[in-house]
Design a binder for this molecule. Structure first.
Ligand code: FDA
Length: 307
């Protein structure tokens, strides 16, 4: 019950001001967002890759209001990619981007976000890696998938995210699997109405399994984004039945969640990628992490009281 309330708060400016100013917030934020600058996060990139993990990097931010902010987002990714080039990690570190941060929701948003994301995709390709387009709320999925298809004309390795909770996603998965895309399947982190999305965990989990099956049997590269032990073991079984080798799909988890399990999967020989977010505009990302697990909220509230 708490999840939807927290997700509603994630869109409130008043709550944003309260939460960001609250004592104790930073301590909890640090668990999920391990830094504000490239300098903060590069040691983490080195540490995780030394442990055999791969990464996808997210410069946090979304719901921007001016074209200048969209350009600043582009520049932040370009700075990150320039610094990654020095580490020579190639495809072991890719980028995840939210098109809303590149201006998709502003006037002429599709053109604007494409103009901003393309240089990032080009720069990533130049250092031998790629970009995955995150999935945001359901109203943005058509334009995200259209931009994904547009980018793939020149950069076929560009990935995208689909959300099991949306009714439309099985159909999207079929199309993407047939076109040979890199696709991350996640359960979905946004508050969505019953007209477009499953509401219960059981229904979302069942859809997640159906979509994994479509992706594993298809021609693309499935990326299983989940911390759920059941989804992970079903994913392994579906990959085996589809005759996929261990380097023909991967698992992904968020930084700060089930770190031991990601190391275990990597040690078993799986490709394991950690979604690592950093930056100053962390509010939306942080609130979605609180919404996913009520005990995170309890921990957060306790840390505020103990200050
Ligand atoms: P589920 O929520 O059932 O959790 C299973 C178990 O994992 C829990 O019991 C708990 O142990 C642990 N867990 C999960 N979330 C936790 C948390 N926040 N804190 C502590 N423990 C937690 N969503 C989206 O809408 N668009 C996107 O682009 C992405 N991108 C993305 C990338 C990657 C790599 C991952 C792993 C996830 C996303 N998501 C996302 C988020 C996703 O939609 C979903 O909200 C979370 O992954 C939680 O769902 P699980 O599959 O982990 O299962």
């Amino acid at each position: 019950m708490l999840g939807p309330v927290i997700l509603a708060a994630s869109r409130s400016d008043r709550m944003r001001r309260l939460v960001t100013a609250a004592p104790g917030t930073k301590q909890v934020v640090d668990r999920f967002i391990p830094g504000e600058t490239v300098e903060d996060v590069l040691p983490i990139v080195r540490e995780l890759t030394d442990q055999g993990l791969e990464l996808t990097m997210d410069v946090v931010g979304e719901d921007i209001t001016t074209p200048e902010q969209a350009e600043a987002a582009r520049d932040a990714y370009l700075e990150l990619i320039a610094r990654l080039e020095e580490l020579e990690l190639g495809p072991r570190v890719e980028m995840s981007v939210k098109l809303s941060m590149f201006g998709q929701d502003l006037e002429n948003g599709v053109e604007l976000s494409r103009a901003n994301v393309r240089p990032v995709v080009e720069a990533a390709a130049a250092i031998g890696t790629t970009v995955t387009l995150d999935a945001e709320d359901h109203t943005t999925i058509d334009s995200m998938l259209a931009t994904h298809a547009w980018l793939r004309e020149d950069f076929p390795q560009t990935g995208c995210v689909i959300q099991a909770m949306l009714y439309r996603t099985e159909e999207d998965a079929r199309r993407l699997a047939a076109s040979g895309s890199r696709v991350r399947i996640v359960k979905g982190a946004y508050k969505e109405p019953a007209e477009v999305a499953y509401q219960s965990k059981a229904e979302i989990d069942k859809a997640y399994v159906r979509i994994m099956k479509i992706l594993m049997e298809g021609d693309g590269y499935p990326m299983i984004g989940s911390h759920d032990p059941r989804m992970i073991s079903i994913g392994q079984e579906l990959a085996r039945r589809a005759g996929r080798k261990m380097d023909e799909y991967e698992f992904q988890m968020l930084f700060g969640i089930r770190g031991d399990e990601s190391l275990r999967l990597a040690a078993e020989g799986h490709r394991m990628r950690v979604y690592t977010a950093y930056g100053t505009d962390w509010y939306g990302y942080f609130m979605r992490r609180l919404a996913e697990k009520p005990s995170n909220l309890k921990f957060f509230l306790r840390s505020m009281v103990s200050k």
